[in-house]
Write a new protein. Sequence first.
Length: 743
Amino acid sequence: MAIIRKVQRIKSFGVYSDFRWTPELPVFNRYNLLYGWNYSGKTTLSRVFRCFELKQPHPDFMGAEIKLETEDGKTHESPTYGDGLTLRVFNGDFIRENLSFDDGSTNPILILGQEDIHKQRDLERKKLERERRQTALERKREEVKAIADALEAAKTTRARDIKKTLFLPDYDKTRFGQQINVVSRDVEKYMLSDAEFRRAMTTSLSSDKKPFLARKTFLPTTPFILADKAKHLLERIVTAKTIMRLADNPEIEEWVKSGRSLHKDSDICEFCGSVLPSDLLNKLAGHFSADYEDLMNDLTLFIQEVEQAASEYLALEDEARFYPEFSLKYASLKTRLEDLLLQRKKTLETLIESLRDKQVKAFSEVQCPLVEDVSDKIRDVIASINLLIDDHNRRTEEFGQLKEDAISLLEKHYAAQFVSEQDFDMKLRSISDLESTIATATADLNGLSGEIVELELEVGRAAKGAEQINFYLRGYFGKEDLQLTATPDKRFHIIRQGIAAKNLSEGEKTAIAFAHFIARLAEKGTDISKTIVVIDDPISSLDANHLFNTVALIRTTLGDCHQLFMSTHNFEFFNLLRDWLSDLEKPSKTLPHKDLKKWRAFLIERYSISQSVIREIPRELILFKSEYHYLFSILHQFTSLTEVDFAQLFNLPNITRRYMEAFGGIMIPSHAGLQKKMEKLFPNAVERERVWKFINHYSHNTSVTRSLTVPDTSECKAVLACCLEAVKRWNKEHYDALVEAIT
């Protein structure tokens, strides 16, 4: 079987949104050491390899594209993942799938083995499922009850409202429910319009029976006829021996006319006492001729006739005598009729004024005014009033039946309104559907309970391999610090120094998981010489002795594997692995790292939020046994670069912070935390604030917008210059030694 040389392509797989193996990147060797900080992409790369172990895509990245190249030139890619590769991967996914810790009991329980774990998890899942189904079933029953109770409560409330509104003392929910049954087949049919509702409500609330009303009759004199007659009188001119002074002065003429009778048998003026001229009375008799007198008499009689017509009026009942449903319309008609009668009266009064004017203008023609005759309109309004009176009288005649009919209409209207507002039919269907679901769920629940009983019997199967795991744990810790003992139910208790191990640390859990991984290789009959093994961070929070033991365990148990990949974020662990591999083949000036034949080291870096890269390990991480030198070399080299790429800007704040924390820890051990050391390292407040913002804000911002807030190159160089100057200012000899070491 050939070893893996390249990961040619990773696309849409977590932080590897579009990774390609670059031509300048050295290929993998038999032993491969991968170093990277947390969240750089190490675990994601191990998941890529695990897809080839399981021959299936990762469930979180179903559409990912992966392609590996082996030394025989063949490619192995998704979605088939190819044949001829035997891989075993240790990572967080392996731990989750093969170990189950129960820390909640007095004696912590461990279940080992994927088959037992699957059964235990299946049992727990089924129990949880049974509990969930029982809860869901009860919730369904409560839901049915809630819907039914809400409908009944709503019916009760609405029936009580109807009882109060329609003044029905015996009205209740049962009667209202009967109306709901009637209207639910065709709700719209029983919904009343606003006008229909008002009429029905008014009728239903009528408290007494009104008396019959007489129809109205009114035959007034037509203004057009009177105006025609008046026109003839106004156009008549008196024939006489006109005295122009009197004709030109109507008031004097009227005065003289009245005074003639006072001087019938006298020749003395009753006004001034002077003797009247002998021919004055004869002249006045000629002026006020018989024709004149006839006109005056005709005018007087006709004025009386018009005045009589103007006084004609129709007496109307008060609207209170009508039923409430008719009173508003009657009041409107009454007002309309009164307005028309007033308009007619004013028209006739205008005609009277013209006739009176004619009485003083007998010797000239007077213009007849225009007359608007509203007689037809008056008759129409009276006809409408009579129709309303007919309705009123009919209402009186049918009073009892109409009231009952109105109440029935309103009951059905309220019921239809209730069905519509409450989504009554939908809720009834919901209740029916829920009851059907409850019946099915009850049957399923009984079946599930039977499955649980059978599975509980199977879970008691004996666990195997405790002795082998304990052997590897002794190698891991260098003593019998942590051991497994079989329980009566054939699972494992975890014992630490003879007593139950409570509150296992992450390091202890990882140690048990890694020991099980190695033991499992032997249990499954794996030919280690034909197996590619991938180990992702097998240590967590372990002290230096444990790190030595872990490296020794890897060297002795996995050293003969076909190909080995080891990734870590712990620089001390990286150094121990590097020392072991360097014994196989040590880099030198004549044999650069990229030309090694047995092993190779790589650096995994986070290039951006969505992209990690694999690159050749920097020489500083191979030559020096300290990450401190490597960090310094990056900062020092960056200040002299003329061009930078995004990856450098993206990681620079975090690199700067890690280096300054290390430098501060070395030089100022009396203060805890970098922030408290900033005043000593950066006496200038402005410079201190600038550096702190750079290393604190940009190195902690992990949101998607992180890539949009990376500082520009000039800002990076300015901050790094401040930091390096601070190192030089604090200890120039130390600074010069670092520069000499990296150059």
